[in-house]
Design a protein around this ligand. Sequence first.
Ligand SMILES: NC(=O)c1ccc[n+]([C@@H]2O[C@H](COP(=O)([O-])OP(=O)(O)OC[C@H]3O[C@@H](n4cnc5c(N)ncnc54)[C@H](O)[C@@H]3O)[C@@H](O)[C@H]2O)c1
Ligand SMILES: CC(C)[C@H](C(=O)O)[C@@H](O)C(=O)O
Ligand SMILES: [Mg+2]
Length: 368
Amino acid sequence: MKKHIVLLPGDGIGQEVIHSAQGALTALAEEYNHTFTFETHDIGGTAVDLHETPLPPSTLEACKNADAVLLGAVGGPKWDNYPSHLRPEKGLLAIRKELGLFANLRPVKGFKKLLHASPLKEEVVKDSDLLIVRELTGGLYFGTPSERRDNGDAVVDTLAYTRHEIERIVDNAFKYAQIRRKHLTSVDKANVLESSKLWREVVEEKKAEYPDVTVVHQLVDSAAMKLITNPASFDVIVTENMFGDILSDEASVLTGSLGMLPSASLREDGFGLYEPVHGSAPDIAGQGIANPLAMILSASLMLKYSFHMEKEAAVLEEAVHSVLEDGYHTGDLHIIDGHKVGTEELTNKIIEFIKCKNATNSIQSCYS
Ligand SMILES: NC(=O)c1ccc[n+]([C@@H]2O[C@H](COP(=O)([O-])OP(=O)(O)OC[C@H]3O[C@@H](n4cnc5c(N)ncnc54)[C@H](O)[C@@H]3O)[C@@H](O)[C@H]2O)c1
Ligand SMILES: CC(C)[C@H](C(=O)O)[C@@H](O)C(=O)O
Ligand SMILES: [Mg+2]
């Protein structure tokens, strides 16, 4: 199969981890007879520096013409005090909105080897396997006005949702629940927020269409607590934009590191942008020590959701599993008696696995 992929490295470790994903995908293409072509474009702070905008029109145009997009991360202290239209994060929000990527899937599944890497107790973490379905193009991030008033002493952010926006994400979440363990937790703040009341109303209406799925409504504050005390009680979580942002970083603790969580941002027709959940990690950027696995797992989601390459997607996941089983990890993960390596070395181990796996078609013989 021939596929054209736009790479948006962005800022900080985004630049480092996207390189890893490209390496892994190139190896996969060679082994499984695909042609992946890559085109790199600027976004975020890098784009502000070069084009005076966090989302240059040429970047958006290239994404519209691609089969899929991989994004590293945006942001960093250099741009923190820039005016809001020049903030790197605005480029990320704009591309999500422009491409209509309303459904953000954030699967949270631990790897066996990382059971002890989480600061949480093993018995709490061990059966956790959940999917956060985060609404991505509405809510607080997109409501107007969001500006200073009264000579800068007052400010407004608006949390706005339409019934249509809620219906389409809730509908998506029910469908994912149907193909998983058929349990949906809708997270809101319906004891306070009007938007959450409409959200809850829509979930209640929709559930009649999915009688095989059990539904629980949970307030976001107690959901945050339950996520790290009883994560196994969740299957699919559906929630609005900002709650999903916060809960997903929290959920990464179950996997041992924020550097392990991938995401897919999808449109109705299956077009997608794939990015790790983490940010540009300014504290470690440029040191060659970033964990590339969230980015590589995001590439695996791209293969699965946008290209329908189930086998190749599974190989990438197996590669991650195998290198961890062999003890290789970056410094953000704590593996007892493991081999701490840098981004490049870990990526090379992934690539070795991809090549070996195809030659032997057996995981055991690639890594013990
Ligand atoms: N999707 C995105 O582009 C995205 C997401 C989140 C944050 N950001 C931006 O990133 C910048 C930094 O934000 P932050 O520090 O709050 O969050 P962050 O996710 O960048 O980092 C949080 C912590 O996790 C660590 N970490 C994150 N990813 C890692 C990886 N792959 N390997 C090893 N360690 C990793 C970092 O070193 C840091 O200690 C901000 O400008 C923020 O706006 C961007
Ligand atoms: C950088 C920021 C705008 C972004 C978000 O909140 O959506 C990030 O935190 C994420 O999780 O993708
Ligand atoms: Mg976030």
